[in-house]
Write a protein that binds this ligand. Structure first.
Ligand code: PNS
Length: 161
């Protein structure tokens, strides 16, 4: 499974989904809900955007989880956690998380995959920031995400035309 906040899904995430789907029989994109962070997109919106972006991938499905990731992994019988590593700066956080998850359940393995270099600087946080400030995000997120970002900002009255 490929867990994350996906607030929102980016083309970097999709690159990892594609790589995971070519290595594993089945991939569950697992969206964290109730993280304590206040996401821009609701869990339902995040799931819908992922499903739209992954349409046609027969071995990929999308689900939500709350609580411990390893408990969810057990529930859906997932033996591998896939995480993307963009740069060395991701490593410390990912390393801590992988070792904590291993301590919680040694039977579940974490596997890291590297996205294409062209996505090595792409994050959901930066995409939101750039879009909010009027920058171009085409090519960094699926078109449906761009449309939803625009709708969110317009609903907020931030007024991008
Ligand atoms: O995309 P993100 O926000 O970096 O994903 C982080 C995520 C969702 C994988 C992580 O926060 C997580 O697994 N949360 C669930 C709670 C949990 O299991 N915490 C202990 C993990 S060490």
């Amino acid at each position: 499974m490929f867990p994350g906040s996906f607030d929102p899904i980016t083309n970097g995430h999709l690159d990892i989904v594609q790589r995971a789907a070519s290595v594993f029989d089945e991939v569950i994109v697992a969206v964290l809900v109730n993280s304590g962070k206040s996401p821009l997109f609701t869990a339902d919106e995040r799931v819908a955007l992922i499903r739209a972006a992954c349409r046609g991938r027969r071995n990929v499905r999308t689900d939500t989880f709350s609580g411990l990731l390893v408990d969810y992994a057990l529930k859906v019988k997932a033996g591998v956690i896939v995480r993307g590593l963009r740069a060395i700066s991701d490593f410390e956080y990912e390393f801590q998380m992988a070792l904590m998850n291993r301590r919680l359940n040694p039977a579940i393995e974490t596997v890291f995959m590297m996205p294409a270099e062209s996505y090595s600087y792409v994050s959901s946080r930066l995409v939101k920031e750039v879009f909010e400030l009027g920058g171009e995000v085409a090519g960094l997120v699926p078109p449906a995400v761009e449309r939803q970002l625009r709708a969110k900002l317009e609903a907020r009255g931030a007024g991008r035309s």
